[in-house]
Design a protein around this ligand. Structure first.
Ligand code: SF4
Ligand code: SF4
Length: 375
């Protein structure tokens, strides 16, 4: 099963409680960024370009717990930066497990094998490993030769100790759908619980601005990838969100569904944009002009966005908003093969993965430079 029943039940009962209480805007997942520094410097990253004095800062465990308690979301995703570089990450995770939050600790897994002994297996804790595809594609995407093997070793070490492990994959223009499908086979063979995919968002801070996907190309790529699915593949994302990526349904953005807290405070309006910060979760909800965001708003920053932090909460909300939404979800879960002859033809089209005509460049960020200086 892609997600344990206890987690499904926790999330479903939470959303139903919000609906019964008549809450129009509620958080589903807190995006908790305890630091921005990282031991990689991926070309599509929008987080590691801060100056060194910002990259050195960490949220304290107390700041993390306060944010989690204020927000009340049943799930907490811990991206970064690289959370395993936070000196108190084990304490933060322990505090969240004690609060019965379902945690997705997002890691590039370079330090996973070395630090796994700091954690205790729990149904509340999942390591969500950043894997951007098969070896060649992953290494190119994270600008690090050998990154794939190290990450797979980390995954195996965590699985061997009884941890829940999933993968998260960001796709950019030129991604080869056949290779992505082969990557699904590889990850299932390694034994991960399930996989999550999202198109990359064109952060204006990211060094590589050329290879982000537009909406039409996103739908075409995800139709090729997700149609004619193998039964063995397991995904940990809403089936209606996958439909959205494939162009089978339309959603408006729900930026408040995954609020972000980091060293600057509560980020307005979402994980991707930085239009100011609020001191409290309440202030974030009350002072953000939500209508200024989403594709329909005409905001150019949102024009090409189909990213999970904005649209997965829309899909989950749809599931619980009507009988039709619920039945669509049941149908998409039970009949997930999505036979599509046209999509099979898309798989025969020639692709030009970025790494096929570009050399692998290992980019140095302030974070990796800091690491080397401190070594
Ligand atoms: S692993 Fe890559 S994308 Fe993730 S924080 Fe580090 S540099 Fe950014
Ligand atoms: S459309 Fe994307 S960038 Fe815009 S608010 Fe929603 S999630 Fe953020």
């Amino acid at each position: 099963m892609a997600v344990p029943v206890s987690q499904m039940w926790t999330v479903a009962s939470y959303v139903l409680r919000q609906k019964l209480a008549g809450r129009e805007r509620y958080p589903l997942v807190l995006m908790l960024e305890p630091l921005f520094r990282c031991n990689l410097a991926c070309a599509g990253c929008g987080k590691i370009q801060y100056p060194a004095h910002i990259l050195k800062k960490d949220l304290s465990p107390e700041q993390c717990f306060k944010a989690v308690d204020e927000c009340g979301a049943p799930m907490v995703s811990i991206p970064g930066g690289e959370p395993l570089m936070h000196p108190q990450i084990a304490e933060i995770v322990e505090g969240l497990v004690a609060r019965k939050k379902y945690i997705y600790l997002c890691t590039n897994a370079l330090l996973l094998k070395e630090k796994i002994h700091l954690f205790k297996p729990s149904k509340y804790l999942t390591f969500s490993v950043h894997m951007d595809g098969q070896k060649e594609h992953h290494d190119f995407s994270v600008c690090r030769e050998g990154g794939y093997e190290i990450a797979v070793e980390g995954i195996k070490a965590a699985l061997a100790r009884g941890f829940r492990v999933t993968t998260n994959t960001t796709l950019f223009d030129g991604a080869d759908p056949n290779s992505v499908r082969a990557f699904f086979d590889e990850m299932m063979e390694v034994g991960v619980e399930s996989m999550m995919l999202s198109p990359g968002y064109s952060y204006d801070k990211a060094p590589d601005q050329q290879h982000f996907l537009g909406r039409a190309r996103t739908r075409r790529l995800f139709r090729a990838i997700f149609s004619n699915r193998k039964k063995s593949w397991r995904f940990n994302q809403s089936p209606l969100f996958v439909d959205f990526l494939m162009g089978k349904r339309h959603y408006s953005c729900t930026p408040w569904g995954m609020p972000t807290f980091n060293i600057f405070g509560w980020q307005k309006p979402c994980y991707l944009l930085q239009d100011g910060y609020a001191d409290t979760y309440k202030e974030l909800m009350e002072t953000t002009v939500w209508n200024d965001y989403g594709t329909e708003s005409g905001n150019p920053q949102c024009a090409n966005c189909m990213v999970h932090c904005g649209y997965e909460p829309s899909a989950v909300n749809d599931t619980f908003s009507s009988i039709r939404g619920f039945m669509d979800t049941v149908r998409a879960t039970l009949f997930s093969e999505y036979k599509d002859l046209g999509a099979l033809e898309l798989l025969n089209e020639q692709t030009h993965p970025v790494h096929s005509y570009n050399p692998l460049v290992q980019i140095k960020s302030d974070a990796t430079q800091m690491e080397e200086t401190n070594a």
